[in-house]
Ligand binder design. Structure first.
Ligand code: FCB
Length: 448
């Protein structure tokens, strides 16, 4: 690997991220209610390897060991999410104190080690009881989310100052309700569009609640973004690119800055707008302190509206050597994405709240995991992170996805994204070579 030289300004945060359903386990302990992911994973045929998140990394029981690893890794910050049904079994009403107490212990353990907690309120594990009442397509879920945000921020707001309302509402709405590959596993455009609006409204309506409960709080939302390139210069591919870009990037950004929903999109705009009531768009545009961006890859858009044979030949090709997810490694897209967002939306600050790659890691004869491809992925992407900062874009930190191998949604345990290897039979954690690399490099960058 060619050594690269790039630096970061003082105070830039190097972190790692996880989410509740993917690591916690303890799915039905201490009064926790069922989530839509518990229900979905327990439904045969939904998860590629037939697994569930029942135990996952058993983080609820092993969080001390995990915080010790974070501390050894030298993390400045840790992004985790809060399981809504662990705190409110049925989504609203009686608070499950034992569940909330887990997050108290986790936050205290982080602070003891000098690690800044970034809490995400919603990383896809909706209480099943709320799904039974209509889930995100039902407007009542917005009020329920506000109640959840209030309960959690009252309890943790004295210690947690960085809050992310939602993780990737695009994925909740579109993959969960339109493509059906994620919980709740529905395939319905109407549901997906209602969910889109209600997720964004829940975000916006929770912002003032978080501000009131968290003195000195810093509040943002995390989106997934991809630069989208037409596969050829044909008008069909250009339209396909504009539509995908409209859905993935603009539908989830325009309303945050008060522009309402965009019009070049692959869905029925009238239908989406039919869910908007007076005052909603103002609520969604509540000023934020930062935007979180999850960046993994780009999208090459090819039209499906005409026959492949009639379309122009492809001029844009994926580079060889995708990750185990089949995602192209396209590091310059990280710069492209941040540059485009900042030029068009001007959020006050940014974080890369996820970036990383799955590879088929194996434990070597010496007990080590020599994940050179992951190191190369991080190295290439961090170089572009440094370029973003150099360009004067107010990017304040970077979170690797993920601290440890975990339950990768509909792929189960087959896709390993961790800096730490997890043996899912025994729960044993083994830091990978990428962990040593990130530890060394971030220490160097901090000291530079
Ligand atoms: C993101 C999710 C995260 C993880 C990574 C690989 O879309 O936010 O939970 O699954 O992809």
């Amino acid at each position: 690997m060619t050594p690269r030289a790039y630096t970061f300004p003082p105070g830039f945060l190097f972190g790692a991220a996880t989410s509740s359903y993917q690591i916690e386990g303890a799915w039905n302990e201490d009064g926790k209610g069922e989530s839509i992911w518990d229900r979905f994973a327990h439904t045969p045929g939904t998860i590629e390897d037939g697994s569930t998140g029942d135990i996952a990394c058993d983080h609820v029981h092993r969080y001390r060991e995990d915080v010790a690893l974070m501390s050894d890794l030298g993390l400045d910050a840790y992004r985790f999410s809060i399981s809504w049904p662990r705190v409110l079994r049925s989504g609203t009403g009686v608070v499950n104190d034992a569940g909330l107490a887990f997050y108290d212990r986790l936050v205290d353990a982080l602070l003891e080690k000098g690690i800044r907690p970034f809490a995400t309120l919603y990383h896809w594990d909706l209480p099943q009881a709320l799904q039974d009442r209509g889930g995100w397509p039902a407007r009542g879920t917005v009020d329920a989310f506000c109640e959840f945000a209030d309960v959690v921020s009252r309890r943790l707001g004295d210690r947690v100052k960085d809050w992310i309302t939602l993780n990737e509402p695009f994925v909740s709405a579109v993959i969960g309700h339109w493509e059906g590959r994620h919980a709740p596993g529905h395939s319905d455009e109407r549901e997906a569009l209602a969910a889109t609006h209600h997720l964004l409204l829940a975000h916006g309506r929770s912002v003032p609640i978080l501000r009131a409960n968290v003195p000195g709080g810093r509040i943002g939302i995390t989106n997934v973004h991809q630069p989208t390139h037409p596969a050829s210069p044909s008008e069909h591919d250009r339209l396909a690119a504009a539509e995908f870009e409209g859905l993935l990037n603009r539908t989830f950004l325009d309303p945050l800055v008060g522009r309402g929903y965009p019009d070049v999109v692959p869905y029925d705009c009238g239908l989406l707008e039919s869910f908007v009531r007076s005052g909603d768009l103002q609520a969604i545009a509540a000023p934020l302190d930062f935007l979180g961006v999850n960046y993994y890859t780009r999208r090459i858009a090819r039209s499906t509206a005409i026959d492949e044979a009639e379309n122009a030949s492809r001029t844009v090709h994926e580079r060889p050597g995708p990750t185990a997810m089949g995602w192209e490694v396209y590091p310059e897209g990280l710069f492209e994405t941040l540059d485009w967002i900042h030029a068009n939306y001007h959020f006050p600050e940014y974080y890369i709240t996820e970036n990383g790659a799955a590879y088929p890691d194996e434990v070597g004869a010496d007990g080590r995991i020599q994940d050179d491809e992951r190191i190369a992925y991080y190295d290439l992407h961090l170089e572009h992170v440094a370029r973003v900062v150099e360009a004067g874009i107010p990017l304040r930190g970077y979170f690797a996805w993920s601290l440890m191998d975990n339950f990768e949604w509909s792929y189960g345990y087959a896709k390993r994204f961790g800096l730490v290897y997890v043996d899912f039979q025994t729960g044993t954690r083994i830091p990978k070579a990428s962990y040593d690399w990130y530890k060394l490099k971030s220490a160097e960058w901090r000291g530079a």
